[in-house]
Design a protein around this ligand. Structure first.
Ligand code: SF4
Length: 311
């Protein structure tokens, strides 16, 4: 048990004990007292300003079976729609096979090729029709690579074009770029600030933990460049989820990375390295070691949960 935090448990649900804190705790406590969406917005100033966040929290609490999202909520928000299994089509667009980094676990065969704009437009046109005919509610285009910021102008052209194509469709369209964040073109930042797309950033550790497996073609580590761009994103209110590949090289740095993300309020996801034949390094970790380091990391997180705020 973690001191200073409150645990909740619904004996009628399959969920185990849950720890809530921050905004989720505030919402949950008020729901227990019978608040509905309107009163939540009146009591919690952030909820009025950010109804999408309130909606996300309510839906998460509903899915965890901690509140009943019945009549009281379903008329007031689009929760009804969110609770239904959203029919979402994910489309990966590999904008280029070029990359400025040389991560040893990379499975991309680097070639000086990039997506032909006309081909991209054809693909989008087909997806506009097919997604509607198949009853999808949303299409998410994931811009990836190689390193997609190296071809950002193509990406931007396709986003603008797709937005127009989808404007007459019932299907919503969204975009998301997955980047190594060594580059942050001004126009990409502008699009991010305008909410035209989302962003995820690959970061494998802090300082040397990142640098030893995410370096440029010349061998220089990329951490400082990524950190600078992360700071720029944060300064503009953009908090990209962090994607981390855990290998034998950075395994012992994951707790430090968790700490780094925690202090910046960034969510993060660890993915374990999967062997690729092209790798020049021995990156496979041993299971016991990974379990030990993950437990160490989780224990750090447990010791550092945010303090519960008083109502
Ligand atoms: S940043 Fe991505 S594409 Fe580039 S080398 Fe690393 S893993 Fe491969």
């Amino acid at each position: 048990m973690v001191e200073g935090h409150r645990y909740f448990f619904n004996p009628r649900s399959y969920q185990g004990p849950l720890v809530f804190f921050g905004d989720a705790l505030d919402v949950f406590k008020h729901c227990l007292k019978g608040s509905d969406v309107f009163s939540l917005k009146a009591i919690l100033p952030w909820a009025d300003k950010n109804p999408e966040r309130l909606e996300k929290i309510l839906v998460a609490l509903g899915k965890l079976e901690m509140i009943d999202l019945g009549e009281k909520f379903s008329h007031e928000l689009s929760i009804d729609r969110l609770l239904k299994k959203q029919r979402r089509m994910m489309v990966w667009m590999q904008l280029t096979d070029v990359c400025n980094l040389r991560c040893p676990y990379c499975y991309i065969h680097k070639k000086p090729t990039s997506m032909d704009i006309e081909l991209g437009k054809k693909l989008i046109s087909k997806i506009v029709n097919d997604s509607a005919n198949a009853g999808f509610e949303e299409v998410v285009f994931k811009l990836a690579g190689g390193e997609p910021t190296l071809c950002w102008e193509q990406g931007r052209t396709l986003i603008d074009w797709a937005e127009k194509k989808f404007s007459d469709s019932e299907v919503r369209v969204k975009f998301h770029i997955i980047t190594n964040a060594t580059l942050l073109p001004d126009s990409l930042l502008k699009y991010l600030v305008m909410g035209k797309l989302g962003i995820s950033v690959s970061l494998d550790g802090v300082g040397i933990w990142h640098d030893q497996q995410r370096f440029y073609a010349g061998g220089r580590g990329s951490f400082l460049d990524v950190e600078k761009n992360l700071d720029t994103l944060l300064a503009h209110g953009i908090r990209p989820p962090i994607l981390t590949t855990v290998t034998s090289s950075n395994l012992r740095g994951i707790t430090k990375l968790a700490e780094y993300c925690w202090h910046r309020d960034l969510s993060f996801r660890f993915s374990l390295y999967r062997e690729v034949t092209s790798s020049t390094l021995e990156l496979k970790h041993d299971n016991e070691e990974i379990i030990r380091e993950l437990l160490h990391c989780y224990s750090w997180m447990e010791d550092n949960l945010p303090l519960e705020r008083d109502l």
